[in-house]
Design a protein around this ligand. Sequence first.
Ligand code: UDP
Ligand code: MG
Length: 139
Amino acid sequence: MATNRTFTMLKPDSIENGNIGNIIGMITEAGFSIKAMKYTQLSDAQAKEFYAVHVERPFYGELVEYMTSGPIVAAILEKENAVEDFRALIGATDPSEAADGTIRKAYAESKGRNAVHGSDSDDNAQIESDFHFSPVEIF
Ligand code: UDP
Ligand code: MG
């Protein structure tokens, strides 16, 4: 059964480009509520661990460098069918393929600097939420 939570990060390009408010606005407008949120910066070790699934991919080194290049906003979001609905809201990985009305269509710069992360499964939403938040930080 699908759970009702997902995990997101507003990536460094979103912060650099001044899009925190606009993106959070799109997220809450789409019916997600915020269960946890923090403004932080990933260490090299944290980024490597978070993206460990991509370690063999050619873009891994560049991805880790980019994700540690500046602050991010991490959040746990709640909504019915959260994982699937949030992936629909963020759009395709490559913004040139992202549908109109999606966050990446509006704000991503490129396939790498693509504004937001969204968990791809309920299991990963749980793992990624636990990676960033302790129980007392979730409301
Ligand atoms: N990425 C990249 N080049 C690629 C594919 C992915 O730089 O060819 C980066 C991009 O920031 C992406 C992240 O690696 O969001 C994770 O890739 P994934 O395939 O999981 O895409 P997502 O789930 O974020 O859409
Ligand atoms: Mg992914």
